[in-house]
Ligand binder design. Structure first.
Ligand SMILES: [Zn+2]
Ligand SMILES: [Zn+2]
Length: 337
C-alpha cells in the first residue's frame, strides 16, 4: 500500500509500505481521512524517543471496514467506521471504566498496529465504531479530538462554571464549543495568534485576549470579577501558559493541562501551595465520551467552519512543515487518503 512514512525527524515520505496483516479479532479499514494531531507533529519533530522512525503516524481516522477476522459485534464489511485508538487489556479498573488510555497493559495504534496516514490500518474490532453513512469522512476525524475536549470538560467538578481556555488550536476551539453548547456562563480564551483569536470569537468566546498584551491578565481578572475563574484549560502546554494558568485560576481553582507543547516546565509551586490550586491532567477519553463525540459530530453540534481544512495524504510533508511554522494559517489539517 501507499503510506506517509515518518522516516527521520522533520521528514515524512509518501512511499510503499507493507500492507497490514490481519490477526484474529481484528478488522482492516480502508482509510479515507486522517486528522493531523499535535501529538503526530510532536513525534514527527523527533521529540518522542519511544516512537522512533520509520513509522506511520495518524490516529484520528475514518474509513470503510474492508475485512474482518472474528466476532464483529454487529459490524459488517462496507460499514463506515472510526477508530478508537487505545486498546486496553479489558480486565483492569481503567478498562472497566472505559478509559483504555490509562490501562498499564494497553496497546496503541502507533505502537502496536501501525498508524493511519496510509491506505489501510488494522485494529481490534472492539476498537472500531460504526459511523452513519451520512457523516462526511473529513468531519468524522474530528470525533477523536472532540472526545478529548469532552473528557477535559468532564474534569469540572461543578457544572457550568466560569472557565478560561489557553490556546485556540483544535483542542482549545473544541473545548470552547463544548462549553458553549453546555451553557457554561463565562468563557474566556487567551491565544497569541490573531487568526486563532478571531476563530475563538467566531465560535463563542465571551472574551478573547492575547496574553502578550501586558493588560491581558487584568482584562481577564476584571472579566471573571470577584468569583474568579474556576477552571483553566491549558490547551497549549508550554512554560508560559502553564504558569499563566496557575496565576489565573481562583484560589482552590482547577488547572487542567491538556496540551503538550513541551514535556517539562518550570512552574512556581509557591503559588500552587498558597492558593491551594488543584492540577489534574487530561488524557484521551473514555469509550462513553468517544461515543458521545460520535453523536455530537453526527448531529452537527460543533462547527468546523474556518479552522478545519483538508489536503491529499501525498502532501503530508508540506502540511506538517506548514503546521509547525509560526505563521501558518492552518489550524486543523485532515489528510485525505
Ligand atoms: Zn489526537
Ligand atoms: Zn486494562
Amino acid at each position: 500500500m501507499r503510506a506517509l512514512v515518518y522516516v527521520e525527524p522533520r521528514k515524512a515520505e509518501f512511499q510503499e509500505w507493507p500492507d497490514p496483516v490481519i490477526h484474529p479479532g481484528e478488522g482492516i479499514v480502508r482509510i479515507h481521512a486522517a486528522g493531523v494531531c499535535g501529538s503526530d507533529l510532536h513525534i514527527w519533530l523527533g521529540h518522542s524517543p519511544a516512537l522512533p522512525p520509520p513509522r506511520v503516524l495518524g490516529h484520528e481516522l475514518t474509513g470503510v471496514l474492508e475485512r474482518v477476522d472474528g466476532e464483529t459485534g454487529g459490524l459488517i464489511p462496507g460499514d463506515h467506521v472510526t477508530v478508537f485508538p487505545h486498546a486496553g487489556c479489558g480486565e483492569c479498573r481503567h478498562c472497566a471504566a472505559g478509559h483504555d488510555a490509562l490501562c498499564p497493559r494497553k496497546r496503541t495504534i502507533l505502537r502496536n498496529f501501525g498508524g493511519g496516514f496510509a491506505e489501510y490500518v488494522r485494529m481490534p474490532l472492539k476498537n472500531l465504531y460504526r459511523l452513519s453513512k451520512d457523516t462526511d469522512f473529513v468531519e468524522g476525524t474530528i470525533i477523536e479530538p472532540l472526545a478529548c475536549a469532552l473528557h477535559a470538560i468532564g474534569k469540572c467538578r461543578e457544572e457550568k462554571v466560569p472557565i478560561a481556555i489557553l490556546g485556540a488550536g483544535p483542542v482549545g476551539l473544541l473545548i470552547l464549543q463544548v462549553a458553549r453548547q453546555l451553557d457554561f456562563p463565562k468563557i474566556a480564551v487567551a491565544e497569541v495568534r490573531a487568526q486563532r483569536l478571531a476563530q475563538a470569537r467566531d465560535h463563542g468566546a465571551d472574551l478573547a485576549v492575547n496574553p502578550q498584551d501586558p493588560e491581558s491578565l487584568e482584562k481577564l481578572t476584571r472579566f471573571f470579577g470577584d468569583e474568579g475563574c474556576f477552571v483553566v484549560f491549558d490547551a497549549a502546554g508550554v512554560s508560559s501558559t502553564r504558569q499563566f494558568a496557575i496565576r489565573l485560576a481562583r484560589p482552590q481553582g482547577l488547572v487542567v493541562p491538556i496540551g503538550m507543547g513541551e514535556e517539562i516546565s518550570a512552574i512556581d509551586f509557591a503559588e500552587i501551595i498558597s492558593r491551594e490550586t488543584r492540577i489534574e491532567g487530561s488524557i484521551a477519553y473514555t469509550r462513553r465520551e468517544f461515543e458521545s463525540a460520535i453523536r455530537w459530530i453526527t448531529e452537527g453540534r460543533v462547527s468546523l467552519k474556518g479552522w478545519v481544512s483538508d489536503a491529499p495524504l501525498a502532501e503530508g510533508q508540506a502540511i506538517f512543515n506548514d503546521l509547525v511554522s509560526a505563521n501558518s494559517s492552518r489550524i486543523k489539517a485532515v489528510l485525505k487518503v
